[in-house]
Design a protein around this ligand. Structure first.
Ligand SMILES: Cc1ncc(COP(=O)(O)O)c(C=O)c1O
Length: 384
C-alpha cells in the first residue's frame, strides 16, 4: 500500500471473526462438513408479521426517502412501550430514546461522543472485543476490570478501589454477560450505579441478551437515579432473530441522548423506513414470542452441555444468553490450539475464550445458533 493508514489503526487488528470465518469458509469450500458453533447470529426467523410490515411499507409515500435522525415517532413510541412492559422502565419516546443501526454502531457513537484521547475506559475482561477496539479507534485507553467465575463474573469492587480511577471517564458493563452468560440482579445493578456515581463515571450497560434463556429480564435503568450516570444499549438482533436488520437503541437521559445524536446525525441519514416499520411491529411481541424462542434454545443448550461434557469441560447451568461458556480441563493447553484441533479433525468451529480477553484463556464458547440436528451430529463426531 503506497498510502499509510491512520495511526489510530496501529493498535487495531481485523475483528477475530472476520479473519477466522474466512478460514472456516475456505475449509467448507474444500468440502469439509463444517458445523459452525462460533458466532451468535440467530438462525431462526423473526415473527412472520414483521416481514409483512416491512413489505407492506414499501409502497408508502416516504418509504424511499431520507428518514429522521431520531427515528419514526411510531418506532420510538414502540421502544418506549416495550421498555415499560418488559423492564418496568418509563422513557420519554421523544427525548430519551435513540434508534440505532445495531447496538455495535452505538458503541462507536457513544465513544466518539464522550471520550477524549487519553481518557481511560473500564472494560470487562472477559468481554465483547468491540469495547476495546472502539476505545482504541477514538484514541482513548482501555483499562480492564477482571471478572471471574468465583465472583459470578461480577466486578471486584475491592480491587477497583485500590486503583487510580481519576482518568476513567466511561465504563462498559454487559449483563446478561457475553461470553459467560452471567446474570445481574437488581442489587448488582445498584452496586454498579453507586460505583459510577462515587467515581463520576459514565456507565453503559450493553443489554442485547436479556430475553434469551432468562426468566427475569433486567434493565440497569430500573435502578433509582440510574439515569444520572447510566445509559443502556439494547438490540433486536438476538431478541427477535433480526441481526441482519441492524436495529438497536440507546436509552437514557435526554442530555446523554442528545450528545450521542450530535455524533450520529453527522454520520448517517436515518434508518430505512421499512426496517423501522418492521421494528415497530416486532416490539409489540411479548411473553409468548420469548417463550417459543426459548423452548428452542433450551433444547439446543441441553445438547451443547453434552458436547461440553464430552470435552470434559466445566460449565454453569445458571446462565442467560445464547452461548455455553465452558472451562477446559486442566492440561488442555491453549484455547486457540484446542479449538483449531477440533476444527481440523472434527470440522466443528467453536470460539476460543481467549478472544474475549486474558480472563477467557482456558475457556471455550459454544453458540446456540445451530439446529438441534447439527449439534447432535457434532456430538456423534466427538464420540467417534
Ligand atoms: C455483547 C454484545 N454487544 C453488542 C453486540 C452487537 O449487537 P448488534 O447486532 O445490536 O450490533 C453483540 C453481538 O454479538 C454482543 O455480543
Amino acid at each position: 500500500m503506497i498510502i499509510d493508514s491512520a495511526n489510530r489503526l496501529n493498535q487495531t487488528a481485523e475483528y477475530y471473526f472476520s479473519r477466522k470465518l474466512k478460514e472456516v469458509r475456505a475449509l467448507a469450500a474444500q468440502g469439509k462438513p463444517i458445523i459452525n458453533m462460533g458466532i451468535g447470529s440467530p438462525d431462526l426467523p423473526p415473527p412472520p408479521h414483521v416481514i409483512e410490515a416491512l413489505t407492506n411499507s414499501l409502497v408508502d409515500g416516504p418509504a424511499h426517502q431520507y428518514q429522521s435522525y431520531k427515528g419514526l415517532p411510531e418506532l420510538t413510541a414502540a421502544m418506549s412501550t416495550f421498555y415499560e412492559n418488559q423492564y418496568g422502565v418509563k422513557l420519554d419516546a421523544e427525548s430519551e430514546i435513540l434508534p440505532l443501526m445495531g447496538s455495535k454502531e452505538g458503541i462507536m457513537h457513544i465513544s466518539m461522543a464522550f471520550l477524549n484521547p487519553g481518557d481511560e475506559v473500564l472494560i470487562p475482561n472477559p468481554g465483547y472485543p468491540t469495547y476495546t477496539s472502539v476505545t482504541r479507534l477514538v484514541e482513548a485507553e482501555p483499562v480492564y476490570y477482571n471478572l471471574d467465575a468465583s465472583n459470578n463474573w461480577m466486578p471486584d469492587y475491592d480491587a477497583l478501589a485500590q486503583r487510580d480511577l481519576s482518568k476513567v471517564k466511561l465504563m462498559w458493563v454487559n449483563y446478561p454477560h457475553m461470553p459467560t452468560g452471567a446474570k445481574a440482579t437488581k442489587a448488582d445493578f445498584e452496586n454498579l450505579i453507586a460505583f459510577a456515581k462515587a467515581n463520576q463515571i459514565l456507565l453503559v450497560n450493553d443489554n442485547p441478551y436479556s430475553f434469551i434463556l432468562n426468566e427475569n429480564p433486567q434493565s440497569i435503568l430500573a435502578v433509582e437515579g440510574a439515569k444520572d450516570v447510566a445509559i443502556e444499549l439494547n438490540s433486536l438482533s438476538k431478541s427477535f432473530n433480526m441481526s441482519g436488520w441492524r436495529v438497536g437503541m440507546l436509552l437514557g437521559a435526554s442530555d446523554y441522548i442528545n450528545t450521542v445524536l450530535t455524533v450520529k446525525s453527522n454520520m448517517d441519514s436515518g434508518m430505512f423506513y421499512g426496517i423501522q416499520k418492521g421494528a415497530a411491529a416486532v416490539l409489540k411481541e411479548g411473553k409468548e414470542w420469548f417463550d417459543s424462542l426459548n423452548t428452542v434454545y433450551q433444547k439446543r443448550r441441553e445438547l451443547a452441555w453434552q458436547l461440553a461434557d464430552l470435552l470434559n469441560c466445566e460449565y454453569s447451568k445458571d446462565t442467560a444468553g445464547m452461548f455455553v461458556w465452558a472451562k477446559l480441563p486442566e492440561g488442555a493447553g491453549d484455547a486457540e490450539a484446542f479449538i483449531d484441533d477440533i476444527l481440523i479433525n472434527k470440522s466443528i468451529f467453536i470460539t476460543p475464550g481467549s478472544i474475549f480477553g486474558s480472563q477467557g484463556a482456558g475457556y471455550i464458547r459454544f453458540s446456540l445458533c445451530v439446529t438441534e440436528d447439527k449439534i447432535k451430529e457434532a456430538i456423534s463426531r466427538l464420540k467417534n
